[in-house]
Design a protein. Sequence first.
Length: 575
Amino acid sequence: MEYGTGLEELRAARRESRWLFVAVAVFSAFVNLLMLTGPLFMLQVYDRVLGSRSEETLLALFVLVAFLFAMMGILDYARGRILARIGARFQARLERRVFAAVLKATTSGRGTQFAVSALSDLEAVQRLLSSPVLTAIFDIPWTPLFLGAIFLFHPWLGFLALGGGVLLIFLTLLNQITTKRPVLSANVATHRANLMAEQIRAEADLVQSLGMRDAAFDRWQLARRKALEETMRAADSGGMFSTLTKTFRLFLQSAMLGLGAYLVLKNELTAGAMIAGSIMMGRALAPVEMAMGQWPLVQRAAKGWNNLSKLLSEVKPDAPRMALPAPRALLVADQLTVVPPGEQQASLRMVGFRLEPGQALGVIGPSGAGKSTLANALTGLWRPAGGKIRLDGATLDQYDPDVLGQHIGYLPQRVQLFDGTIAENIARLQQVPDEAGIVEAAKKAAAHDMIMKLPDGYNTRVTAAGGKLSGGQLQRVGLARAMYGNPAILVLDEPNSNLDNEGSIALNLAIRNMKSEGRSVMIMAHRPAAIQECDLLMVIEGGTRKAFGPKDEILKSMVQNHAEIRRSSGQGGVT
């Protein structure tokens, strides 16, 4: 399905529950009609039962009232359950879309400001759809019915109830206008403080080892103090209106009874009508009171709705792609130019190469030359600004991202694990992993023996920070994850940066096995040991290709050029 804007997507998801909304509206109609049971019962008791002193009439009325209240309770409970399912359906309908948009926005640099809280924004809208405040929206159209009934009792009572309702609505609108900015500032400040706390927690080892604990605490405390100040300001503002509304509502009930008693004394109203009018006024103003009490929830959901609309407008859904057959390990880059997200200048310019099945290509160059940029482009993370990358003839964007990840295994410079077991991490968090494939990938990465020596083997739990695994162990688990599913091509970014001699030997063995199976490997490296098994070598400097060809020829050429430069420098010095 194609959508013009994110707002249309949100509305389409909401429209899927339109018949459930109709059911809620019907149930609300009967609930509000049955709300007249209490006032009418009081009217009959005061005006007829007490006057006639008929116990039979009282019993009959009581039985009828009990039945009507039971029906009202059942219908009210039913519409609450329906609203809960509307919220759940809305969230389930958009979860995958929002989740994909968050990942896409984060990697592409588009809509990032809305992606930070997108998942919590979706949850905020879901909470509103499932909350009692939504029932108030369906009850508000019935407020004129109760006000009209009060006018029937006596015009003065009707005008008092109407004036009180208008004043409560005015206070609600004033509350919205006054508290909008403080609430927004409090949410932003709290979010920043939480992000800082999470970053410090994730880098606890670094903070501790560098003696940054006091400095980190002071920095977090400043952010937290600002969040508390903003929260207190918002709470004071909202609390003032809540107290004012509650006080005025209680006063309004007493005023209603006082005016009714005056009219009874003047023989213009019966005692039953006085009590019934007070009850009806409370029911008429109940939706307003509900909206007032739940106003922070409404504000948060409105903010979430706007953020989701902007995010989904900026990050379009991926177009459906035709399933392609498993590709050969043939990778070709033609005039490849890559601009990192959020940047204006290209990190790679007009780079080209061809990697045949059964070959390993090493990419070397100084820091900042563009090696990691190339790795990000080869894995489909960053789209080329110019040129093409083809996997067995098809451009990378012809593959679904998840499918492409199965064909191109990737080991980043910094290996990041997820909370779970080692087996779950190797299997890329699949719900139903291939256990034999997990062990096979670990063996190919020479990580099987290392994993078996851990306390719980493959069931050893790790955290996002790696747990107790060393840097070398993390890298070998990451290599096993990259090789899971037998990808056609393996992209390794500084794969031996944390490996010891045994790990380097295991890495070279894994590369050799990949080549023997007709697969290909691409290695971004600084250390010579990483390119030992490479057949081809490409030199990148300043984002451009300086040399490409058989490894031995490129290395020989580089040595000769280095010698010539040294001789030229030496002659220049003598001269």
